[in-house]
Design a protein around this ligand. Structure first.
Ligand code: NDP
Ligand code: BG6
Length: 570
């Protein structure tokens, strides 16, 4: 739905569209020209609302007086001239099937996609449109508020999906794709989004071919680039340099899907929209911060990719570090994407470079439990025998700035552990001169206030407080003030890829990684990664399905810290 809000005379006309983020547009590509019935030419820029709720009406104010609402059809027909072609490059692959097509359908189902859109799958495999549609259809679900028209919506969506078989480095094949785009665009304003869901060694080939032969002639052309963005500082800079031979930074949307997760997005709201947290958010009150990722399955099926990267590059250098940056950054000037990314770069650049002493690495070994056998990492046929690639790592990181000086940020990430989850744990300092300290015995850590943000699964935010057990005696226990999302917000939470795809279509860069952020992130990890490989550091073995190597406890103990996930029964 379109909402019209006219301020003053036509020379400063503005129009608000219902959408998710409040911001005004200034870039020329965002400006739309409107020709009225009286042949006046007005330019307006779309403004977006923050919550997506459609506003109820329209008004036109002239010198502060409400004026009759102007006719909408002129505007509607102009807007309807925009088209978006979304091309999933690597459409035959795992990520495309598992995440990208279902996310596009979910957006369509929820009416978030523009009126005129087309989805293209591009890959080398020889498929017909029908075959692509069949493959996609097996992965689509009407997951949010299942409505009766689900199968109709699926049918309508699939009719807008097409397939083009081509080589990744062939400009001729991208030229043919360009012809197909034009057919669908039918002379309308053409916006084009390419999602590179392919192995990184062919990113540049695709960008060269697509940018030269299939860029939009009159609208925007954007590329979503999947991780990994290189293996270290040098290869990452080289990738950026090559991409920038064909694209400008504003066209590159480097995706880290953790930034699209609901509770990660909520971090800034928690910090900056609540008086109670921000004053505590520093070394004065926080003893340590823990960022924990665990999966209860191994690298099954992805061993070939994984062995070249390992858990530090796969999870820590991107997903966990991005969360850390959002957690620890200073207050941005505004919610504008560039302001937020400026603050993230600043905090990343204040971080100490990781050393071997700050890290413990592990690798899972085979294990039999309840008569069932679980394979070792090196049992995977795509993993070289004797591989030293870590499937587990724990690290202690430090931010050398005034806010965080001396506070350990402990990261832990592992595959084939005892459970699946991602969480942020903030352990506060002990209460000085605590009147009740005798009630806690000798273990003061038991009385630690801890803020826990469960990113997944079972999204929740809870704060551990000390409380009197009701009764005539004075007994204390640690209880949770608990915000369990499934109880408070019964509606299903959208997948991270939905939010990120929609942002890329809308040109919102806040949740994508800028090249200087990437440089700063690699600078922290690259020397360590080099040293691990040069010294051939042997990972500590841990059984599949266990809590990981014991070395992680010693690392935490060095800083007087206990991992919260292991002692927490919640
Ligand atoms: P796949 O290995 O499934 O590859 C995607 C497609 O690329 C394949 O279907 C194949 O299509 C083509 N392809 C594969 N290998 C080669 C090759 N050596 N040379 C040329 N083309 C090749 O990848 P995923 O779908 O798993 O991942 C895509 C991207 O997303 C990668 O960068 C990955 O790191 C990233 N990613 C993946 C995640 C996942 O869960 N799968 C999670 C997060 C990121 P065809 O042969 O038809 O051309
Ligand atoms: C990807 C990693 O980036 O994130 C995978 O490459 C990992 O190894 C995945 O399994 C985890 O994502 P999620 O959203 O399932 O936690």
């Amino acid at each position: 739905m379109t909402i019209l809000r006219f301020h003053q005379r036509p020379s400063s006309l503005s129009i608000a569209f219902s959408s998710r983020h409040e911001r005004s547009f200034s870039g020329s590509s965002e400006l739309v020209t409107l020709t009225t019935r009286r042949n006046q030419c007005w330019r307006f820029s779309p403004l977006k609302s923050s919550n997506g709720s459609p506003l109820a009406g329209a008004s036109w104010k002239d010198d502060g007086k409400e004026m009759p609402v102007p006719k909408v059809p002129d505007i509607g027909s102009q807007l309807a001239e925009n088209t978006v072609s979304i091309t999933v490059v690597g459409a035959s692959g795992d990520l495309a099937k598992k995440k990208i097509f279902p996310a596009l359908f979910a957006l369509y189902y929820e009416d978030y996609l523009p009126q005129h859109f087309t989805v293209f799958g591009y890959a080398r495999s020889k498929l017909t449109d029908e075959e692509l549609r069949h493959t996609i259809s097996t992965t689509l679900t009407c997951r949010v508020d299942k409505r009766e028209n689900c199968s109709d919506k699926m049918e309508q969506f699939l009719r807008r999906c097409f397939y083009h078989s081509g080589q990744y480095g062939s400009e001729v094949d991208f030229c043919e794709l360009d012809n197909k785009f034009k057919e669908k665009e039918d002379g309308k304003l053409a916006n084009r989004l390419f999602y590179l869901s392919i192995p990184p060694n062919i990113f540049v080939d695709v960008v060269r071919g697509a940018s030269r032969s299939a860029s939009s002639p009159n609208g925007w052309t954007r590329f979503i680039v999947e991780k990994p963005f290189g293996r270290d500082s040098e290869s990452s800079s080289e990738l950026t340099r090559c991409l920038k031979m064909y694209l400008i930074e504003e066209q590159i949307f480097r995706i880290d899907h953790y930034l699209g997760k609901e509770l990660v997005e909520n971090l800034s709201v928690l910090r900056f929209a609540n008086l109670v947290f921000e004053p505590l958010w520093s070394r004065n009150y926080i003893r340590n911060v823990q960022l924990i990722f665990s999966e209860d399955f191994g690298t099954e099926g992805r061993g070939g990719y994984f062995d070249h990267y390992g858990i530090i590059r796969d999870i820590m250098q991107n997903h966990l570090l991005q969360i850390l940056a959002l957690f620890a950054m200073e207050t941005p000037v505004s919610l504008d994407g560039e302001d937020i990314r400026n603050e993230k770069v600043k905090v990343l650049r204040s971080m100490r470079v990781l050393k071997l002493d700050d890290v413990v690495v592990g690798q899972y070994k085979g294990h039999t439990k309840g008569g069932k056998s679980f394979p070792a990492y090196t049992d995977d046929p795509t993993v070289p025998k004797g591989s030293l690639t870590p499937t587990f790592a724990a690290a202690s990181l430090f931010i050398d700035n005034a806010r965080w000086d001396g506070v350990p940020f402990l990261m832990k990430a592992g595959k084939a552990l005892h459970r699946r989850g991602a969480e942020i744990r903030v352990q506060f300092r002990h209460v000085p001169g605590n009147l009740y300290k005798r009630k806690f015995g000798t273990d003061l850590d038991k009385a630690t206030n801890e803020l826990v943000i469960l990113v997944q699964p079972n999204e929740a935010i809870y704060l551990k407080i000390n409380n009197k057990v009701p009764g005539l005696s004075m007994r204390l226990d640690s209880s949770n003030l608990n915000l369990l999302y499934s109880e408070r917000y019964p509606r299903e939470i959208p997948d991270a890829y939905e939010r990120l795809l929609l942002d890329a279509i809308e040109g919102e860069r806040r949740l994508f990684i800028r090249s200087d952020e990437l440089d700063a992130a690699w600078a922290i990890f690259s020397p360590l990664l080099r040293e691990l490989e040069e010294k051939k550091v042997v990972p500590e073995l841990y059984p599949y399905g266990s809590r990981g190597p014991v070395g992680a406890h010693y690392l935490a103990a060095k800083y007087n810290v206990r991992w919260g996930d292991l002692s927490d029964s919640s």
